[in-house]
Structure formats: C-alpha cells, structure tokens
Design a protein around this ligand. Structure first.
Ligand SMILES: Cc1ncc(COP(=O)(O)O)c(C=O)c1O
Length: 312
C-alpha cells in the first residue's frame, strides 16, 4: 500500500498540500497514543463517488473521543463537508478515508492536561486490504498468542490510537508465521476479533457473530453485514463464540471497512468447511458490494454522494 497521488489533506479546518500536513514531534498523541481515528471507504457508483456510512463513522469518531475525555472541535456537518471536499480535491473515485483526532503539543505529562485537540483527515486510494485474491478465495488465519484486552482494561468499543498496539503485536506475530491475519481470543478464551476485523461464522445456514461484551469494536461493516444478511433471508444471531464454533463452522468471514467482507478459508492449517469461499459468504459479500457500489436501493440511505444532486 502506498498513498498514491493524493495531493491534499484536511488539517484543522482547511485543505493543505500533502507534504505540509505536519504536526510537532512533542505531540502527546505521538508519545502515548492519545488519539482516536476512523477508517471509512468511498466507493465508485454510477452516480460518482459515494462515502459508505459516513455519519455512522463520524458518530463513532465523536464517541471514541468522548471516552477519552476530549471533544473534537468540529460539528458533524463540518466534518461531513471536510470529507467530501477532500475526496473531490484529491479527484478520487474510490478511496480510503482516515480522520484522526489527537492530543497535540502542550505537555508530556501522562495526563494530557491542556494539550490542544488536533484534527486531520487523509484520503487515498487503497484496494483490498487482505488482497483481491483473499476476497475471492479466502485467507489463512491463525489464533494469536496475544489476547484481546478486556473492556475493563481499555474500552474495546472505542477506536483509539494506542489500543492498536495490541493489534500490531498480533498481526506481526501472525505474519512472521506465514499467515494472512491474526484472530485474537479474549481473556476468557472466547473468540474476540481479528487485528482489524469482526468475525462471523456460519453453521447449518445460520450466521453467528459475537457481541459487544466479547471485547470487540462494534464494527460498522459488522452491522451492515448483519442487516444485509437478514435482508437476503438469512438468520443472524449475536452470541459469544467459542473456538470450537469456528473450527466446526461450515464457513467463516471477517468484516471491516478495510477488509470489507473477506472469507476465512483456513484456521491454523485446518480448512474451514470446504476450505474456500462458501455459498453464504459469497451471497452476503455480493450483496455487500451491490450496496456499497450503489446498486441496491434498499441500502441507498447508507451512501453520501459527492454529487449533492443525487438523493439518498
Ligand atoms: C479491531 C477492529 N475490529 C473491527 C473492525 C471493523 O470495524 P468497521 O467495520 O467499523 O471498520 C476494525 C476496523 O475498523 C478494527 O480495527
């Protein structure tokens, strides 16, 4: 992944050239991870670029900041305009969007005190996170020796910068052993999530995913997959999942803004079901791509078009 030719970054209220979008090395967020961020995708549609579930992502952005006791000093309307203006300025048809807000330069006591709240948004082209072959054939996953922290240790429902050190440990360890992605168990040995994805398993035609108190980020793609699967006629249940649920599953997939809907074909060398993308996963995945690409009117309300003339 590189950042392509994205020319502009939105920083604290205005667009600045990519190379000038700098912050000081004394920023509290750099030292302690005191920041929150979002990952959002914009897709190409017949009516031009459209951002998927932008308001839900921005709402989670504010909620994550609130957990850490700071207030993002821009309104939902201002950040919505910032995202669409940035994509237009960078002349992108489809892209990944990364808003970040963090404690800036002011003090390096652990308590962030009066550090200013900085906000920036990046947008650049980013293809399939786990590879286009992964989307089609499925990926190879390993159970990480690193546990997902419990929400009594850090709030798993917040998308905060420092929390990702746990994911970094897990994904580095998985890559070192030749896997595509890590799956983390929670402290009670139940399935939590991937380093950047939520987990779904399918057994006898029923789709299962875990719930908020299983130490997961409440993924917006997870929510979309549940709604899409139900609209396609599948039963979906949220409950805690054991490792045996995955080992014995007919199919499994990960969801995430970056990962979209990626089938899991193998767990620690053992095939899941047939060891390839299964029929339920394929159906949900195809309905998901129809929704994000503006081809399904049932989910039109999830899209924010850059072209304001296109009604949702
Ligand atoms: C740890 C973790 N879990 C789940 C997800 C999926 O969340 P979403 O679908 O909102 O992108 C992500 C990605 O954002 C993540 O980083």
């Amino acid at each position: 992944m590189s950042f392509g030719n994205a020319a502009w970054i939105w920083r604290n209220g205005s667009l600045v050239p990519w190379a000038e979008a700098t912050f000081h090395v004394s920023a509290h967020g750099l030292h302690y991870g005191s920041g929150v961020f979002e990952g959002i995708r914009c897709y190409e549609t017949a009516n031009g670029p459209a951002v998927f579930r932008l308001s839900e992502h921005l709402e989670r952005f504010y909620a994550s900041a609130e957990v850490y006791g700071f207030k993002i000093p821009y309104t939902l309307g201002e950040l919505t305009a910032a995202v669409t203006d940035l994509i237009a300025a960078n002349e992108l048809e489809s892209c990944y969007i990364r808003p970040i807000s963090f404690m800036g330069s002011g003090s390096l006591g652990v308590h962030p005190g009066k550090c200013p709240v900085e906000v920036a948004i990046m947008a650049w082209p980013w293809g399939a996170y786990l590879g286009s072959e992964g989307l089609e054939k499925g990926i190879r996953v390993t159970v990480s020796p690193w546990r997902k922290f419990h929400s009594s240790m850090m709030p798993t429902t917040a998308k905060a910068c420092g929390q990702y050190l746990n994911s970094i440990l897990a994904v580095q360890e998985a890559f070192a052993r030749g896997y595509d992605e890590a799956l983390l168990l929670d402290k009670d040995d139940r399935l939590a999530e991937g380093s950047g994805e939520n987990l779904f398993v399918i057994k006898d035609g029923v789709i299962y995913t875990n719930k908020a108190d299983d130490s997961i980020l409440m993924g917006i793609t997870r929510d979309a997959a549940i709604e899409i699967a139900r609209a396609e006629g599948y039963a979906v249940e949220s409950r805690s999942l054991e490792l045996s649920d995955l080992v014995e599953a007919d199919e499994a997939f990960f969801t995430g803004t970056a990962a979209e809907i990626t089938p899991i074909r193998e767990l620690d060398g053992q095939p899941i079901g047939s060891g390839s993308r299964g029929p339920v996963t394929a159906a949900v995945q195809s309905a998901f791509f129809n929704a994000v690409n503006g081809r399904d009117d049932r989910f039109a309300h999830w899209l924010t078009y850059l072209n304001k003339a296109v009604a949702a």
